[in-house]
Design a protein around this ligand. Structure first.
Ligand SMILES: Nc1ncnc2c1ncn2[C@@H]1O[C@H](COP(=O)(O)OP(=O)(O)OP(=O)(O)O)[C@@H](O)[C@H]1O
Length: 344
């Protein structure tokens, strides 16, 4: 198992910068997600770590030693691709044992290792099956077993759950988390699914436009996004502009004590769940009109026109309002994050 450091990694394709000075450290045994929208450079980063692609600049260290000149097959960073890439003409046991055969491991040792791995991925009894006889989840478990067979220093998972239906996806996520923690294998997961990254990772690197914009624990990146673009990536937000006066953030939607701010204007980022909605009679100075309603089972999402601004709220569905209802709202600025930029 390795610690991995990416140092100032840059890569262009056709003169277009795809990765722009990427720095990332993954501790031994950690599960780190590269999270970002399609095309931001996640898979390219994974391929650079594995050695499939060479960066133009920068260095990659495994346990503090550069691996830049170590070829793919010797580097020990194995990618499990989204479509698994199993060998269709080989049985499950031959697929899993392929890397060991290539490494000229003795047949008896190979058999023993494959047996262990079949047990680990709950596929005992499937050794003689071919990939076309397996379900999506089973194929994925074979791909993971094949990757683990060669005792990789680093496991690289490229959108591994995106081809699975929702139910299977949940159980495969748990399965992978369990194996990763049990084997303590350094793992990098590429995903564009926020919930997946939040649930599965020790740390998340949020990637946008070929750069890592924030690196931290799921709690940190979700609750304390460093910028509006990172915050926006994690879902709906309200941005409320205000002035700083005598240690107070003062806005059309309420005031909040905010000391030690040099800026004159700030912007509060408020999540929809941090806004309460009450019947109009409720004692609140903030009144608005419901303009949109989306029912989602335990939650209801409302757009509320208040002080000429559309405010997004998500509330429990036990009390429901209708479009055109006048309501009172209460914004919990204590949960807001304040930024200096004032756009909109
Ligand atoms: N071999 C290549 N030649 C030219 N351009 C490439 C190559 N590989 C990737 N790209 C481009 O680099 C950019 C980043 O691709 P990459 O696959 O790393 O993104 P990603 O974040 O993993 O996206 P997705 O989630 O859609 O897979 C894209 O614009 C892609 O078209």
């Amino acid at each position: 198992m390795s610690r991995i450091d990416l140092i100032n990694i840059s890569k262009s394709f056709d003169e277009k910068t795809i990765l722009d000075n990427i720095n990332l450290s993954v501790c031994e045994g950690e599960m780190v997600s590269l999270l970002g929208p399609s095309g931001c450079g996640k898979s390219t980063t994974l391929k650079i770590i594995s050695g499939i692609i060479k960066p133009e600049y920068g260095d990659i260290l495994f346990n503090d030693v550069s691996v830049m000149n170590i070829p793919v097959e010797k580097r020990g960073a194995i990618i499990v691709f989204q479509d698994y890439l199993l060998f269709p003409h080989m049985t499950v046991e031959d697929n899993i044992g392929f890397g060991l055969k290539m490494a000229k491991v003795k047949k008896s040792i190979r058999k023993e290792k494959v047996k262990e791995l079949l047990h680990l991925v709950h596929l005992n009894g499937y050794e003689k099956k071919y990939p076309n006889e397996l379900s999506g989840g089973q194929k994925q478990r074979v791909a993971i077993a094949r990757a683990l067979a060669v005792d990789p220093k680093v496991l690289l998972l490229d959108e591994p759950f995106s081809n699975l239906d929702i139910k299977l996806r949940d159980s495969m996520r748990e399965f992978v988390m369990d194996i990763q923690k049990r084997l303590k294998i350094t793992t990098i997961l590429v995903t564009h699914d926020k919930e997946e990254a939040l649930m599965m990772s020790d740390k998340i690197a949020v990637m946008l436009d070929g750069r890592i914009k924030q690196f931290g624990t799921p709690y940190e990146v979700y609750n304390y996004p460093v910028s509006r673009e990172v915050a926006d990536f994690f879902g709906e937000k309200n941005y409320i502009s205000g002035d700083i006066k005598d240690g107070l953030f003062v806005s059309d939607f309420g005031s909040y004590e905010l000391h030690n701010q040099n800026a004159l204007n700030m912007c509060a980022m408020v999540r929809p769940e941090d806004i309460k909605v009450f019947p109009r009679e409720y004692r609140s100075e903030l009144k608005g009109i419901i303009t949109k309603k989306k029912f989602a089972g335990d939650k209801v999402y409302y757009d509320i026109l208040c002080n000429n601004k559309s405010i997004k709220c998500s509330v429990n569905s036990d009390i429901q309002f209708e479009i055109n209802d006048e309501v009172s709202i209460n914004i919990d600025f204590g949960k807001a994050i304040f930024y200096e930029e004032v756009e909109e």
